[in-house]
Design a binder for this molecule. Structure first.
Ligand code: BES
Ligand code: ZN
Length: 478
């Protein structure tokens, strides 16, 4: 890690003009490293599973924990109720004339199940091999918290920040951020900023800092197929009754053609052609199909013909089954014709697909292909728009310098297959550029058992973000 030779106010420059981590901030972060880790572990112990109402009190406790952690560093925060889980907003606005940044993160986590596949319990953070294992370690508590500590480094060492800061932490990201867009709309004035900064994604490879230029959107469905009024003896009735499980299988099988293209009519109508320059730049990233095969434990890759793997992941839409439920799945055999079958299906979307239009297309398609003899319903659970940025402007320039200072490497521009629903809303409602700079790593097991965050990235992430505020503040853009 680079260190500047003397304590300076503001981003320091080496003789070659390269930014380095300001020495006072570096010292604060290293001196306080054990305490910072203890605090993070406290946060990770709260099982704030937004999807599960049994955890509503825990989710609330996580919101309070975030509020207190902001209050303690001198960024007074308030908890705003919503129709779902609350939003926490902290404000520090004592840099007159300086730019204002909005830092977003989420304090909710995915359900930890299946529990038996965790090496150490999901809500007992454990360090192995310089990785912090816990549900939410990387998605997104560790990444939200590193921002809080970067702010603390400034406030504790200098009593001030070079930029005005608003921190917003939500508790519904993992369930689609249903109430956040209206909150942003209602609180436009409170959240108004010159730039939005979010760490809820990953670096392209270890040691390679990354700035995201795109996210996919989402349209998530539940498909229910109802057959007979109750389960039936599969010998007495099988053969004469339409089997709902088979009917569902037939429906799902119509979603793709033999080349892996989505066969729902109209699905690609709004897909924007990608700039050949961006595709070329993607091809220059150090990526190898074999690494992905090893990471995921598969022998061959699948998907749409005619695209590279990164293109399939970042710039092409998908339609995937996320879960299936039907019939007898217990031990041994039970001869039964199930009364119903259910599938959870999610489509990842790319610019300019619109979740509401995809919902219409999906419903029309399923209605058309549904076999006679069963009742099929399609429910749209939640959605989010895809996002893409050009990455020009002072916040991106400052981020490049800050990442280079912390990681000793020029950041790469990447895309992402996942979704962060509020990103498009921030851009649309606040009119501010969004910088997505994440510190996760490939293989981090987000949403899966044994999720981890690299200790090194947690540390470098704090330093990069602390440096970013000096760099962005120095541009004076407000
Ligand atoms: N941190 C992720 C988004 C993400 C995923 C970024 C993969 C980079 C790589 C976020 O917490 C997430 O999981 N989002 C959900 C959103 C959905 C529930 C609307 C997703 O992508 O499934
Ligand atoms: Zn997530």
């Amino acid at each position: 890690m680079t260190k500047s030779s003397k304590a300076v106010r503001g981003a320091s420059k080496t003789a070659r003009g390269n930014t380095t981590i300001p020495a006072d901030l570096e010292r604060f972060l290293s001196d306080n490293d054990p305490r910072i880790h203890n605090e993070l572990f406290e946060f990770l112990r709260i099982p704030s599973v937004s999807a599960n109402s049994d955890h509503n009190a825990d989710t609330r406790r996580a919101a309070e924990w975030v509020k207190t952690s902001l209050d303690k560093i001198g960024v007074p925060a308030k908890i705003y109720p919503t129709a779902g889980h609350p939003v926490v907003v902290g404000e520090w606005r004592n840099a007159p004339g300086g730019p204002t940044v909005l830092i977003y993160g989420h304090y909710d986590v995915q359900p930890p199940e299946p529990l038996e596949l965790w090496t150490s319990p999901p809500f007992e953070p454990t360090v192995r091999d310089r990785k912090i294992f816990a549900r939410g370690s990387v998605d997104d508590k560790g990444q939200l918290f590193l921002h809080v500590k970067a702010l603390e480094a400034h406030l504790a060492t200098r009593g001030k920040l070079p930029v005005n800061v608003v921190v917003i932490a939500e508790g519904e990201e993992e369930i689609g951020s249903e109430h956040l867009a209206s909150f942003v709309e209602e609180q436009k004035k409170l959240l108004k900023a010159d730039a939005v900064v979010i760490s809820d994604s990953s670096m392209f490879a270890p040691g390679l800092p990354s700035i995201l230029s795109s996210l996919r959107g989402l349209a998530y469905f539940e498909i229910n197929v109802q057959g007979p009024k109750s389960d039936l003896h599969s010998g007495s009735y099988g053969g004469a009754i339409v089997n709902p499980t088979m009917a569902l299988a037939r429906i799902l099988a119509t979603f793709h053609d033999k080349d892996g293209r989505i066969a729902i009519p109209g699905f690609y109508k709004k897909v924007r052609a990608w700039d050949p320059k961006v595709r070329k730049q993607m091809r220059s990233l150090p990526f190898d199909d074999k690494t992905l095969m090893k990471e995921t434990g598969v022998a061959v890759l699948g998907g749409e013909k005619g695209y590279t793997t990164l293109e399939k992941l970042w710039i092409r839409p998908t339609c995937e089954v996320n879960g299936l439920l039907s019939g007898y799945t217990g031990e041994g055999a039970k001869t039964v014709l199930p009364a119903r079958a259910m599938a959870k299906v999610s489509c990842r979307l790319v610019p300019d697909q619109d979740p509401a239009e995809i919902e219409k297309l999906m419903k029309a398609h399923v209605a058309k292909v549904a076999p006679k003899g069963v009742k099929v319903t399609v429910q749209h659970l939640h959605g989010g728009r895809p996002w893409r940025a050009e990455l020009n402007g002072p916040i991106y320039d400052a981020a490049r310098r800050a990442l280079r200072a912390a990681f000793g490497k020029e950041p790469v521009i990447t895309g992402e297959g996942g979704s962060i629903p509020v990103v498009g809303d921030f851009e649309r409602i606040l009119g501010a550029p969004v910088l997505l700079v994440g510190f996760g790593l490939p293989g981090e097991n987000a949403h899966a058992p044994n999720e981890w965050m690299s200790e090194e990235n947690f540390r470098l992430g704090m330093r990069a973000m602390a440096t970013l505020w000096d760099e962005y503040g120095a541009t004076g853009s407000s």
